[in-house]
Design a protein around this ligand. Structure first.
Ligand code: SF4
Length: 267
């Protein structure tokens, strides 16, 4: 069956995570497939003509098989990207990212107090330490920041941070009420005016910092996002789950009804 997927899809390695962001688009739901299932899905995607796998989650770095998955895509002649919260950077992952020529996007949402508050744990120091490790290793690494109501000030702070740290690319995501955002939209939801102001501030920063920092505005509600979910569903994700389009379900894996054992999570 040919689905006519785009050249790049978001590949959810797991729906488990070592953080609890209030705006999570894909919060924990029990899906944490074993390595051989993920490998089969990568083969299936290659057969569908997908050329670039964007590893995401949940938090993909907590899956111990991530280095092997990256190598598998590279061996097939494909490209890879990784979005991570930067809390964990296992020893085996850094060389695997380099060998697979993976482009990384690390989530950082503001200064220590703001970042730790929205991520739901102490995470800023780990994320910034691992960001520096990635940059020093020559891994192409950018930052993504979710902007929430009351946190618009982080735009200028993050721009300065990216310049100071030598980060080449910075993406700004406006909060959308999907996933955990359903619960938190009263606290984090942007009014149309706040959203427009944030978008305008990003547009000005992009203009001002041209040549020094590649600044982008990424609105996930603006266009469907092709996703392979951790439970094997192939979806076009939109602004809310009720608007998603189910394209196909890759057979061979069902979500276990109990929590996964801690031993299968990389912390
Ligand atoms: S947004 Fe990312 S880091 Fe935060 S809880 Fe969700 S998967 Fe984890």
């Amino acid at each position: 069956m040919k689905l006519h997927l785009p050249a790049m899809v978001c590949f959810r390695v797991t729906r488990y995570c070592n953080a609890r962001c209030g705006f999570c688009l894909a919060p924990p739901d029990g899906a944490h497939p074993p390595a051989h299932v993920l490998m089969q899905r990568l083969d299936w995607l290659a057969g569908q003509g997908v050329r670039t796998i964007h590893f995401c989650g949940g938090e993909p770095t907590i899956h111990p098989a991530l280095p092997e998955l990256l190598a598998h895509v590279r061996a097939q002649g494909g490209g890879s990207r990784l979005t991570t919260n930067g809390i964990a950077l296992p020893d085996r992952l850094l060389p695997a990212l380099g060998a697979a020529r993976t482009r990384v996007k690390l989530s950082l949402h503001g200064d220590r107090a703001h970042h730790d508050a929205v991520v739901g744990r102490a995470a800023f120091d780990l994320a910034t330490r691992h960001l520096r490790s990635l940059l020093m290793a020559g891994i192409p690494t950018g930052i993504q920041t979710t902007v929430v109501s009351g946190g618009e000030w982080v735009l200028d702070w993050m721009a300065d941070f990216c310049l100071a740290e030598g980060v080449p690319q910075w993406c700004v995501l406006p909060f959308i009420p999907r996933g955990s955002g359903y619960r938190t939209q009263g606290e984090y939801g942007l009014t149309p005016a706040q959203r427009a102001q944030a978008h305008e501030r990003v547009r000005r920063l992009r203009h001002t910092l041209r040549g020094r920092l590649d600044v982008r505005w990424l609105d996930f509600s603006a266009q469907p996002l092709p996703v392979v979910e951790a439970d094997g569903r192939v979806l076009l994700e939109r602004a809310s789950e009720s608007l998603d389009t189910l394209l196909y379900t890759i057979p061979g894996y069902t979500v276990p009804p109990k929590r996964i054992p801690d031993s299968s999570i990389q912390r």
